[in-house]
Each structure stands twice: as C-alpha cells, then as structure tokens.
Design a binder for this molecule. Sequence first.
Ligand SMILES: [Zn+2]
Length: 277
Amino acid sequence: MGWTSMSIVANAIFTAVALQAIVRVSSTEPLKHGFDEDDGVRALKQGDEHAHEVHCSRERSRAAWKIIEEYLMPFVEREKYEISRSCRLHPDSDLFRDQEQHKIHVDFSEWRCGYCKKSFISEKYLDQHFDSRHYNLLNFSQGKCLADLCGALHCDHVINSKSLGSRCNPAAAARNHHLCENLADSCFPIKQGPSASRLHELFLHQFCDAHSCSREAKPFSRGRMKQPSVLYWALSVLTLMLLPLFYIIVYLHQSEIRKDTQELKRIPRLGKKIKPS
Ligand SMILES: [Zn+2]
C-alpha cells in the first residue's frame, strides 16, 4: 500500500517536472529563434523588411528620435517650451513611438515585448514581432514618418559614422538645409517669443549649419545635454548618505588615535618620575 502510494506520488512529480520542462521549452522558443512560425511565414510572404507595406524605416525613425532626444529636447525642456503638434519633431509624428516605448531591455540578450511579455534574444527579433503581431498599434493618425526628417537631422552621422567620409553632394546638402530650416521655422516660430527664437537659433546651429559642402561645419555643434540617469541619481543619493557616515568614522578614528597618543605620553612620564625615587 505504502509503496503504491509512493510510486503514484513519484509518478505525479515526474509528470509535473516533464510537463514543466515542455512548457519551459515552448515558452523559451521565441527566445531561441526570435520569431515564431507565423512571423517566419510573414517574412517569406513579404520578402522584404517593410512588412505590411509600412513605408517608413523603423531603424531610421529610431535614429531620428534618438537625435531629437539627445541633441534637442534637453534644450527645449530648459526653455520650458512646448513643441506644437503641427511640428514634425513632436512625438506624435513618430509612427513607432508607442511600440518603442513598449520595449523592455531586460539584459544584454533579452528583449521583452511590453504588450504581450514575449521574450526575444535581440531587438531585431522584437522589431519583427512588433511588425507582425502589434501592427495595429502603429500610430497612423498623423500620417507622418519621422525617418523622413533624417536628412535634416543627420541620422547617418549616428547610424554609421564610417560612411561620413563620402563625398558631399551639393544638391542633397541644399535640400537638407531647406528641410532643416523649414523645421526650425515651423517648430520654433520666432514671433512666438524669446524662448522660441532662442530655440530657433539653436536649431539652426545644431542641425542646419552643417548642411553645406563649402564649410567644414559639423552637426550638433551645440553638443548634447544628457539627462542624468537613474543610476546617477541613485549614486548621488548614496554618496550623500554615506558621506556623513564616513566623516563620523574618520572623526572617531582620529579621536581614538589622539587618546592613545596621550596615554602613551603619560606612561613614560610616570615611568621617569618613578625611576629616581
Ligand atoms: Zn507582443
């Protein structure tokens, strides 16, 4: 009786472990391959990177957003200026903004979908997953593509710095300069006030001046203003908390040393006094 019940329990445990292993394998499958069967079928059907006929590059849109975030937004925030929705630099103009915000970078080799929590080994596979599974979440309301601003915003400078040595095309430079100035005019209209005109000027220096073959002007001449990260704040708070503790320890140590030397000074004096008598 005891043996049979034990064997039943053992059987149940074995089955549970086996089942768990199967579940684990199937759940890590997307991690291994990056995309599931349907995605693979889609890739075959489409045969190109522009799935569902979205004629807007995700990679270039991402580069454009990164540039806006690093080289423009800190200045805009410092001026407490609000970019209007009609400006093409507004987050609403980015088709992929919502999806990009739903990327969870767990660690070096794990990216998770913020909508359905599926995991992938690289950002590329997560992008493919977004293209096939969360296509309905793309923001088509504005009908704009942020990647279209790449010429003005110097995306190539960020994507591949190697190609920068290529010869300058005067026509392309003029076209980009024109696009760049249009952005400055529509996003930061001078008549809107002092902060808008300051940002207008900054935008021209930061992005537009470099669209020229004659001069050696480099993009982002005004530099970047990096937002302090969470780690930075955590370290700062920790330092502020530990600093008084450090001083207390040093103070106690010093006073201990002082006490010891006083004791040491006193002992030989006593010894000297005792000897002659
Ligand atoms: Zn998902």
